[in-house]
Design a protein around this ligand. Structure first.
Ligand code: ATP
Ligand code: MG
Length: 180
């Protein structure tokens, strides 16, 4: 599985619809300070269900919506779509390509879509759990995260290893079953 394309519209500094295509292998994003490089990885984590505005470097979730500039009005919504190549079948859906979309509006509406069909946040989380792509997984390593893993509590380190090994899904299911 790999990230084929990301479509960003009204998210942070991406005022209008922007498409970035990625090929398999290594891609480097370069640009001056403040040009929006980190906003791309924020967008990826956001689609995958990041709920913490702080970890997206904002104060509230509305801060992910383009706030306006000298030349452009602020936007009313932010929408990001990840297009994942699933020819390897890593994600348990019978599609060779998987689209995940998240959209929020200034009035607080928040929606998720899987291949254009409305779904719940839980569906997105379940789908990517144990693929390495989930919100807190090792696929996205932000600044400071390496140190956090190295110097973190044993339980925190264990959860990173468990996600990599693919056992987190079962642990969460067990927890849910015990709650019922
Ligand atoms: P660096 O090289 O310093 O890490 P970067 O390329 O990673 O920079 P980002 O942090 O991705 O830069 O982008 C920061 C820019 O995004 C800032 O100019 C900030 O004003 C802009 N930005 C963030 N949120 C919004 C928003 N909601 N609306 C408009 N612009 C925003
Ligand atoms: Mg940055």
């Amino acid at each position: 599985m790999y990230l084929k394309r990301i479509e960003i519209n009204g998210f942070k500094s991406f005022a209008s619809r922007t498409e970035l295509d990625f090929l398999p292998g290594v891609t480097a994003v370069v640009g001056p300070n403040g040009s929006g490089k980190s906003n791309i990885s924020d967008a990826v984590r956001w689609v995958l269900g990041e709920q913490s505005a702080k970890s997206l470097r904002g104060a509230k979730m509305e801060d992910v919506i383009f706030a306006g500039s000298i030349s452009e009005h602020r936007k009313q919504f932010a929408e990001v779509t990840l297009v994942l190549d699933n020819e390897s079948g890593t994600v348990a859906l019978p599609y060779q390509e998987i689209n995940v979309t998240r959209r929020v509006t200034r009035n607080g509406d928040s929606d998720y879509f899987l291949n254009k069909k409305p779904c719940r946040l839980k569906d997105v989380l379940d789908l990517f759990m144990d693929t390495g792509l989930s919100r807190d997984a090792f696929a996205i390593i932000g600044q400071g995260r390496v140190e956090q893993v190295i110097s973190g509590k044993p339980e925190e380190r264990r959860s990173v290893i468990e996600e990599a090994a693919g056992v987190l899904k079962y642990r969460n299911r067990k927890k849910q079953a015990e709650r019922k």
